[in-house]
Design a protein around this ligand. Sequence first.
Ligand code: COA
Length: 393
Amino acid sequence: MLIRRLAAEERLTTSFPLQAYAFEASPLSGERVEAFHRYLPYNRGNRTLVVEEDGETQAAASAIPMRQNLRGRVLPMAGVAGVATHPLARRRGHVRALLHQLLDEMRDEGHQLTALHPFRAGFYERFGYVGLPRTRTVRFSPADLDPLLRAELPGEVTWERIGAGYAGYRAFTECCVRERHGFAIFPEFRAVGLRDRDDRWLVTARIDGTTMGALTYRIDDDGELLGDDLLTTDPYARALLLQFLARHVDQVDRISLQVPADELPELWLTDLAVHVEARVSRSGSLAPMARLLALDTLAGLPAGPGRVRVELVGDRWLAGNHLLDGTTGQLELAAGGPAPSATLTAAGLSALAYGVLDPVEVDVRGLGSIGPDAAAELRRLFPRALPYLFADF
Ligand SMILES: CC(C)(COP(=O)(O)OP(=O)(O)OC[C@H]1O[C@@H](n2cnc3c(N)ncnc32)[C@H](O)[C@@H]1OP(=O)(O)O)[C@@H](O)C(=O)NCCC(=O)NCCS
């Protein structure tokens, strides 16, 4: 099996058609094939590997060099996308080989984390990934925001097309990645696609001249205002953005927004009739997944006062017997030593590091073997946290 890294332009005739076959309606129109050229620059800095046989592309997988916040530290993260095998070449181990090499290379370049949006969670759990919370879709009528119209709020709102406001929006996402656990952003070469498509409005909330909230959205011809992620770092900023939405009462019937899993829209206002939904199916609509690619990612992270020795099992990148010690308030690691009191798979350790599962849940789900004492230590070391991935790729 020959695995090769593609040069940028080669994508047009190799990985793009394969991915289009896997993810789009096909056969493709000539117009769609032409659109590959427009999409090419936003893939420029990705690493795309293909499996070739007799000069034909059999399988492809790409990694986007992104950044993600893990418990307060911003780290290089490999965003995996475009994983596809030709139907005649499926189930022959191509994607397994591609993912191994792709993640080997990304890890060697310093990417300590990786995340993706899976087609089926079980497929990627074997590669050590664990589920992260899915964003919630919130739906309500602008009429229910009426009380906000009369509210006196500090700060101001600006409104423009994303094409014009992109730089400010991008700067605000840079601020979010520094502040919010789990938050991930694209490299600039990919992020500018939002500016160039220019198919969204942007509303920004500023308080004392500092951006503290932003929402991109569009309005369809069925009377719905379709918001993307409601990004706020301050409750006044959220109120300013909702007040702006309230002004659409005579224009749209419904508003939808995406919010992180810890946002509670039912508490935004009295008498707000609101529907909050996170839909997950076995295939199609799924929560994102992520994993650690290197154990030293954890060194120095803020940690609770737990101390436990674990053995990492069943993984290509995380292995061995390690002491995890949080008694100084920062995680310290030491390899080797006496028998461990728990075993963890890569998905199990990743679940604890991202804060998405309790040690007992890790054990129940078969992502490790953890007795009550080790569970208590691990729970202290890795307090629950709710990551918010944000980037959609
Ligand atoms: C899903 C897909 C990428 C798998 O590629 P592949 O080259 O056939 O995968 P591999 O042969 O390397 O299989 C790797 C492992 O996953 C398993 N696997 C393969 N397809 C699977 C599926 N659909 N569901 C669950 N497990 C699957 C294989 O049995 C194998 O397990 P093993 O190593 O324990 O034997 C390919 O079928 C495809 O292109 N599908 C359509 C596009 C798609 O859904 N892409 C995923 C986007 S994230």
